[in-house]
Write a protein that binds this ligand. Structure first.
Ligand SMILES: C[S@@+](CC[C@H](N)C(=O)[O-])C[C@H]1O[C@@H](n2cnc3c(N)ncnc32)[C@H](O)[C@@H]1O
Length: 349
């Protein structure tokens, strides 16, 4: 660090993912250096706000040792960074930061800091009164969710009461009562095969109706029929962005392998908004670093931690997240862990 200007250190932090040999140790030293003596204020375009600075950093590519991470989280808290901005800088979930700072379970009578309060719900974002329906799926889902909660409990403790409603049936029917414009995030993982392409059109229609003006659809997809999936969604929605989940262990692509010979290392996340939507209002990250497969509840199960990461990028606690093709209920569990309300549907009980 000696002799380097704060700008040089900041530039290296931003580019760290591309610099070979750049280690977690160096990244942490760099960040600590910038946090000392308010050096962070003078770097890049210049920052007035510690949150804006924190959100510009991304250490998610490194596995930071827990002690080091706690120290950085504490330091950022002292300077006045919100937990959400700290989570972005350190590349972990909000719940991890809460745990690191010992604020996972709010103490009685403890007022939240202004910056940690939930944003006031707009008329369209008021969480719906959720009902429980579909006893068969609920029973199955409860068992699966119990298993999943156990499997993530050391990483993502349940932090609040989320209302979770997983229904059994075709989403076009069992989710027809969801209020127009009420959903902040539609996070779903439709089947990827050719015979399911019509589902993507139905998903686009459903999203166009239920998404709030600032809401977003994030759909996991494969690559084999990517072009068709994009066309199907574009019929009713506006393309926003493509994100990616980086697989921890690349493998043969089940759909693409026989024809395209691919060792598949990432999964697209297709992001769409309403055609008349306002779009995403806050800066978000488009790369999710996978933590490895979880397939104990469903063959197609996605990891809870990855879903939680996406949910925290796009929503505030209490907002409504919907997964119309819920499988084992991964998104529901992630919502419960992050205190979001959830409604989901699954065809198979
Ligand atoms: C890829 S899996 C989802 C896996 C899920 N992400 C998980 O982590 O367990 C897709 C699911 O969509 C369901 N599905 C397909 N068509 C549906 C429909 N019209 N309504 C509700 N669910 C549907 C399938 O039964 C399947 O379980």
């Amino acid at each position: 660090m000696a002799g380097d200007s704060p700008d040089t250190v900041y530039g290296r932090l931003l580019e760290s993912v591309h610099i070979s040999g750049y280690t977690m140790e160096r990244a942490c030293i760099g960040l600590e250096y910038l946090l000392d003596e308010n050096r962070w204020k003078s770097v890049g375009v210049g920052f007035d706000d510690i949150d804006a600075f924190s959100k510009s950093i991304d250490l998610s590519q490194f596995r930071i040792a827990v002690d080091r991470r706690k120290k950085l989280a504490k330091r950022l808290e002292e300077i006045g960074a919100t937990q959400r901005a700290t989570a972005k800088a350190l590349g972990v979930t909000h719940t991890t930061v809460q745990r690191d700072l010992g604020t996972s379970v709010p103490k009685k009578n403890q007022k939240p800091r202004d910056s940690e309060k939930e944003s006031p719900s707009s008329g369209t974002n008021v969480p719906m009164p959720l009902s429980v329906s579909g006893p068969q799926i609920m029973r199955t889902a409860e068992n699966r969710q119990e298993r999943q909660k156990k499997s993530v409990s050391t990483k993502d403790p349940v932090i609040g009461e989320a209302r979770i409603d997983l229904r059994h049936g075709d989403f076009k029917e069992v989710l027809s009562d969801i209020e127009d414009g009420s959903v902040s995030l539609l996070l779903t993982d439709p089947p990827y095969g050719k015979k399911f392409l019509d589902l993507w059109k139905d998903l686009g229609k459903f999203a166009a109706r239920v998404l709030s003006p600032t809401g977003i659809l994030v759909a996991y997809s494969g690559q084999m029929y990517l072009q068709e999936c994009l066309s199907a969604l574009s019929e009713n929605l506006l393309y926003w962005w493509t994100g990616a989940i980086l697989h921890k262990s690349p493998g043969l692509s089940p759909l693409g392998q026989p024809v395209r010979k691919v060792i598949n290392g990432w999964k697209p996340l297709l992001m769409y908004i309403r055609k008349d939507g306002k779009g995403v209002q806050e800066v978000f990250r488009d790369l999710v670093r996978g933590e490895g497969q979880e397939k104990d509840a469903h063959n197609w199960q996605q990891p809870v931690s990855e879903a939680a990461w996406i949910i925290e990028q796009f929503t505030q606690p209490g907002e409504l997240v919907v997964d119309p093709m819920a499988g084992s209920g991964t998104v529901g569990v992630a919502c419960e862990n992050t205190a979001r309300s959830f409604i989901g549907a699954e065809l198979n009980g």
